[in-house]
Write a protein that binds this ligand. Structure first.
Ligand code: TXA
Ligand code: MG
Length: 326
């Protein structure tokens, strides 16, 4: 049995005991919920891969609660890392650095680098502070949509862990930006709410990763990720949404309020009023829609910045299925 528990001081301490005993805990962050284990306990970390059904060659992010802990996890830390940390940590940014010898190969999937992130969520940081740095992937079953509420975690992992700390809805809503600082030019391996422009304002030039992936460098690059259990498609306009809608049985349209306003008489689910709302609500919306409908039509965003990061995830969810019009 898995219990969702309130994040009282007492319950956070209970969860930190659980982690120190080598068990797993579901916990909130500002991006998505994580499935955490003591980053220095190899056997505990192995349990993460089993609980999620995650391929062992996909490395985990280590979560820290303050900047001093970075040295326990990484080594040869460049000045750039501290400059970025000053601006964007705590926050939805993961830095890939050279790993410290203390960190097990199970965490890093045998690589010599490690992803490090300090979540901007008080419950998460307390849990880490009371335990140890925590290795954690998103708390979904492998290949499913990341969870943004405690209930989503329960839906995917019921019976596999004892506790899920309930921190309500995640405020950011998509997984952190992953930035590799070990390559010649800093490289974004996964876009997120900390955008390329935001990173460039600190570092100057930054590259987007576009090469072929042999080992999983970031999620979705090698493996199918983030998908709902029913077919889905991206559409650019309400007119296109209605055209696709009319051809599919039991479909739903997910979009922003002013988009849905033009989709009269269709089943719709609102993602809010702007891109930030869209980012916060999209995973919940996909999880809701896959339970109730047989076909999901999603509004495409065309701007840059966070809109591009959101589309990176939605394209994966729809398996690159994009409606090109009549
Ligand atoms: O927002 C997030 O990042 C959430 C929350 C829980 O912190 N975590 C998350 O973890 O999304 P996960 O495991 O679902 O995705 C993290 C991805 C890994 O799949 C991996 O591909 C990439 O980050 N990653 C981790 N360590 C890496 C490394 N050393 N080198 C390259 N990529 C790495
Ligand atoms: Mg994940």
């Amino acid at each position: 049995m898995t219990q969702i528990i309130q994040p009282t001081e007492e319950n956070i301490l209970i969860c930190s005991e659980e982690i120190k005993n080598g068990e797993l805990v579901g916990f909130p962050t500002e991006t998505v919920y994580g499935l955490g284990a003591d980053a220095f306990n190899e056997n505990a970390v192995k349990k993460i891969f089993i609980a999620k059904g995650r391929p062992q060659d996909n490395p985990l992010i280590v979560h820290i609660s303050n900047l001093e802990e970075i040295e326990k996890v990484a080594t040869e830390i460049p000045k750039l890392a501290y400059e970025l940390a000053e601006r964007y940590m705590p926050g939805p940014l993961t830095l890939v650095l050279k790993k410290n010898a203390n960190i097990s190969d199970v965490v890093t999937a045998n690589g010599n680098t490690v992803g490090i992130r300090m979540p901007n969520n008080d419950i998460a940081r307390k849990l880490i502070k009371y335990s140890n740095p925590i290795a954690a992937p998103s708390a979904n079953v492998s290949k499913h949509i990341s969870p943004t509420t405690a209930k989503h975690v329960l839906d995917d992992l019921n019976g596999k862990i004892k506790y899920i700390l309930d921190g309500g809805e995640c405020t950011c809503g998509i997984e952190s930006t992953v930035l590799d600082l070990t390559s010649d030019i800093p490289t974004i391996l996964r876009p997120g709410a900390v955008t390329k422009e935001m990173i460039e304002s600190v570092l100057g030039h930054v590259k987007d990763f576009k090469g072929e992936v042999k080992v999983a460098k970031a999620p979705g690059m090698k493996y199918k990720h983030y998908s709902p259990n029913v077919d889905s498609i991206l559409v650019a306009t309400p007119k296109d949404a209605m055209a696709v809608y009319s051809r599919n049985k039991n479909a739903v349209i997910l979009g922003l309020k002013d988009f849905l306003y033009k989709c009269e008489d269709a089943n719709t689910y609102s993602l809010g009023e702007d891109a930030k709302d869209y980012m916060r609500n999209i995973y919940s919306a996909l999880r809701y829609a896959e339970k109730k409908y047989e076909y999901i039509i999603v509004q495409r965003l065309k701007g840059n910045g966070i809109e591009e990061s959101i589309m990176n995830r939605v394209l994966k969810a729809t398996n690159n299925n994009m409606y090109e019009g009549e």
